[in-house]
Write a protein that binds this ligand. Structure first.
Ligand code: HEC
Length: 149
């Protein structure tokens, strides 16, 4: 009886540990998705002509990206040691071997967003600003994002 309780208790603990780990990977991915949505779901779609140019939507999207990026360093503090199941992208283990270098990729994105704020007036200027920001996102993705699918 006690033995069974101990075994069940131990397996519950094990499950809790796995869930906690999954949380970190999911939280990290959700942050990136929340940055990707305004970037590609709004600005990218406007660039492709899939949605009409809309100044208010552009300004909101930039603000949303600017709000998400400073959260990257803290959100990636924990190494989940696994990928989100069935995900398209994962975080490279290199992040936690060189967290300082990973973190150093964040300020260039913040700087690019700050520099482009107020410069986007139409589709042509949107293209210039989008590229200027995107290249800084890629600066981190090239080293630390893994394509899983
Ligand atoms: C300091 C590093 C870093 C910076 C800067 C960064 N990212 Fe990421 N990004 C990652 C990592 C690591 C992943 C993989 C994590 C994951 O998707 O689980 C990722 C994944 C993504 C994904 C894929 C999410 C998915 O569906 O799984 C998108 C979209 C994305 N980033 C957008 C952006 C955009 C847009 C910017 C710039 C405005 C940016 N990221 C800046 C590290 C970064």
């Amino acid at each position: 009886m006690i033995r069974t309780a101990l075994v069940i208790g131990a397996s519950l603990l094990g499950t809790a540990a796995v869930l906690a780990q999954e949380d970190a990977a999911v939280t990290q991915q959700n942050l990136m998705k929340s940055i990707g949505k305004p970037m590609y779901g709004v600005l990218g779609k406007m660039l492709k002509g899939e949605i009409a140019y809309d100044q208010a939507a552009v300004d909101t999207a930039l603000n949303d990206i600017a709000a998400g990026v400073p959260k990257i360093a803290d959100t990636f503090k924990t190494n989940p040691k696994h990928d989100v199941p069935n995900a398209n992208f994962g975080a490279s283990q290199k992040i936690w071997q060189n967290k300082a270098d990973f973190d150093s990729k964040i300020p260039p994105v913040e700087k690019a967003i700050a520099e482009q704020k107020g410069k986007i007036k139409d589709a042509a200027t949107l293209k210039v600003s989008f590229d200027a920001i995107q290249v800084k996102c890629t600066g981190c993705h090239d080293d630390y994002r893994v394509k899983l699918k």
